[in-house]
Design a protein around this ligand. Structure first.
Ligand SMILES: Cc1cc2nc3c(=O)[nH]c(=O)nc-3n(C[C@H](O)[C@H](O)[C@H](O)COP(=O)(O)OP(=O)(O)OC[C@H]3O[C@@H](n4cnc5c(N)ncnc54)[C@H](O)[C@@H]3O)c2cc1C
Length: 294
């Protein structure tokens, strides 16, 4: 598929960017899942003109608005990206390929936490949020990958090439079927119960599940949600900050011409009003960039 503007993220920043870009009469494709937006489960009390309102409702109205101007929402996550010869290319979790003239990264805050006992205590001592960053440290060791989405499937498959034993814990499986089957075919051992705790002495030794299973694991990779915005940014040639946010100028441009960022991923305050404001700027400028590049 081809697009003038490709937006990664279906939260308020991405949706507002889609509204402003598509009103400039360029073609707009939008990746990401509205249900994964931080706004989806939130009650927004401080956004102009809405009173206390379920975030899910504001989002779905915004998506309908963007669609009415021509934006197309794909409902899938991006799993890889590249930049070459002034074009940006992406692969989605269902195998769809997208080529675009300009890109907006509106992926929100990544590296979601599980919030279970031991997660914080053993972070850096066996607990990791990035299999592709830390896989090398677990050569010949036992690991558990936690997550329901395609990114967890990709990470589980990756870890089978390093670890002596790879467990994949997915209690509400939403990964693309092809990627999930690939992980299992590569040797990942599936578990369908929710994680309860990471236990150990000075470092992680066990992942305990709610059904009582105790998985022996030197490495526990928490891979909730999609490929992180930091990874995608680096694939596109943009170096993220140490906290994985992306530095943008007042025009929401990044250091790479044609790549824009907005919303939570572009730094604090992590608020809908700021996400929407930056979405407007990024959408307008990405559309102008794509027009000039055509
Ligand atoms: C419980 C809670 C309550 C809150 N209350 C308020 C409030 O009252 N007022 C307020 O202003 N703010 C509030 N917030 C914060 C607000 O929700 C966020 O600031 C806002 O949602 C950020 O928007 P965003 O579009 O940048 O990111 P998000 O809304 O998080 O959206 C990110 C999008 O990126 C997509 N994505 C991620 N990775 C990929 C990938 N690899 N490929 C494609 N797409 C990807 C996701 O699927 C999602 O659609 C609250 C947040 C929470 C969690």
């Amino acid at each position: 598929m081809n697009a003038d503007v490709f937006i990664l993220g279906s939260g308020p920043a991405g949706v507002q960017a889609a509204i402003h870009a598509s009103r400039k009469k360029v073609s707009v494709l939008v990746a990401g899942k509205p249900s994964s937006s931080a706004m989806h489960g939130a009650h927004i009390e401080n956004y102009f003109g809405t009173g206390e309102h379920p975030g899910e409702e504001i989002l779905s109205e915004g998506i309908a608005q963007a669609e009415s101007f021509g934006a197309v929402f794909l409902g899938k996550n991006v799993i890889s990206a590249s930049a070459e010869g002034g074009k940006f290319r992406f692969a989605l979790e269902d195998g769809t390929e997208v080529e675009a003239r300009s890109v907006i990264i509106a992926t929100g805050i990544s590296r979601r936490k599980l919030g279970i006992p031991g997660e914080k205590e053993f972070y850096g001592k066996g607990v990791s949020y990035c299999a592709s960053c830390d896989c090398n440290f677990y050569k010949g060791r036992r690991v558990a990958v936690i997550g329901n989405d395609s990114e967890a499937a990709v990470s589980a498959e990756l870890m089978t090439h390093y670890a002596s034993e790879t467990h994949w814990v997915a209690w509400d499986q939403e990964a693309d079927r092809h990627l999930a089957e690939k992980a299992v075919a590569a040797g990942a051992i599936m578990h369908g119960s929710k994680p309860k705790a990471v236990e150990g002495g000075g470092k992680a030794e066990y992942l305990v599940l709610e059904d009582g299973t105790r998985i022996e694991a030197d490495g526990v990779f928490i891979e909730l949600g999609a490929k992180s915005s930091a990874d995608i940014a680096m694939d596109l040639g943009v170096m993220p900050e140490v906290d994985d946010t992306i530095r943008v100028g007042a025009d929401c441009s990044t250091e790479v011409p044609g790549v824009f960022a907005c919303g939570d991923v572009a730094g604090r305050p992590w608020q809908v009003a700021k996400a929407v404001g930056q979405g407007c700027i990024a959408g307008t400028n990405a559309a102008d960039f794509a027009r000039k590049a055509a």
